[in-house]
Write a protein that binds this ligand. Sequence first.
Ligand code: LLP
Length: 467
Amino acid sequence: MSLPASDLNKKADGLTTMQLGGVLPETAEVIDGHLHIGGVDMVTLAKEQGTALYVYDEQMIRHNMERYLIAFRKNYPNADVLYASKAFLNMAILNIANELGMCLDVSGGGELAMALAAKFPAERIFVHGNNKTPLELEEAISAGAGRIVVDSLEELRRISEIAGKLGKTQDIYMRITPGVEADTHAYICTGCEDSKFGFTLRDDYAFACIKQAIDTPNVNLAGLHCHIGSQIFALESFKEAAFVMVNMIARVRDEFGCIIKELDLGGGLGVAYMQPDRPSTIEDFAKVTCDAVREACEKHGLELPRLMVEPGRSLVANAGVTLYTVGTIKDLKGVRKFVAIDGGMSDNIRTALYDSEYEPVIANKADRPRTEIVTLCGKHCESGDAVVLDGSLQEAEVEDIVCVFGTGAYCYTMASNYNGQPRPGIVFVKDGKANLVTRRETYADLMSRDIVYAMDQFRDKFQKNIC
Ligand code: LLP
């Protein structure tokens, strides 16, 4: 895969760091030309910890979680917020989400295991996934997971069987595909008809499956769920989904005499990746969805269900940045200027995968205007390996520290070891302190699961001990 041709007529935007606005972490500031986040100098941090490095503004993560909880609870009597852990997951964020009283969305056995290891209360964990294995279902049910979101009839049958075997009744949601076409990248649009997720409304299939769930032993149909997609700017799409879902709840009451008490509208609120982006606020998102549910319930004479949302990206994307060191610069006159960094598609696959855009700055020249158009390319053996294509940047020199904003969601969790690249460490910054919360991978980590290597290590140690 090669890069699309560089736009040679593109002019650098001349912006300095603080003019990037909503893209920045909340505590970003520039002091003596250096970018600071959480009161910590990013240039010093990069030198101390090495690069590539993920850095999170802890205050902003906390603030965003609180904003969600307050906004939903202010607008609605019985609302809960789940953190969609696929956006960014490690022990540190699990502890924060738990401490603030959030619920948690996990999408499989691995995320569940991490949550349980962090002592996240199982009853506040909701288990997702379109093809959970029987083992994953058993792990979830035996751990006492609060809700399992059912994605197929096969899974409904499996849950019933496993719960029966364990002598439990499992609370479930049925995931409905509400047929809402959200305006986002096709790969992350999930509520439309052509989707592998959930039960389709076509031919009343979802409705028939809900009846089956009501009649299935060892499960309790606690609620309905939908998720229309990710990085959505138009609040109208959420409103539409809310109407479809409440309509469904009313039909279930009218035709089956069953009252569905919970409604989970999924995640999906968009964030600012680029300076001109103006996503809706958490507060507006809460108001629109709560009002829509209330209006639809009034229309159908329904009691308000417990309302859940599952944001991921909008909690963490702008709180996170990635720091890199510039290694080489190639100015191919009349073609493109490459600034090569010590990471790339292994720590941020989103540019290659979704044509995502990011705003970069040079952390040690943060008060200078961005006067160049460059391609920030990675160090991987692939032409398409770039984090920023044709982006504005201050004039770059070798050993400069580059900071790419907005990388807090779906970068670390989608990272790989391509070309034997160890995954970066993660630092949380707050009140002038830098806290290493996930260490960088080592070369030893890269081979630690290979049986031959592990056996050799064991033999070496064993022989040393007995000699
Ligand atoms: N709930 C469910 C059932 C989901 O599938 C997702 C995301 C969320 C909640 C959270 O959505 P958010 O608030 O983060 O938009 N890797 C892609 C994003 C995939 C999203 C998958 N599902 C990316 O990098 O853009």
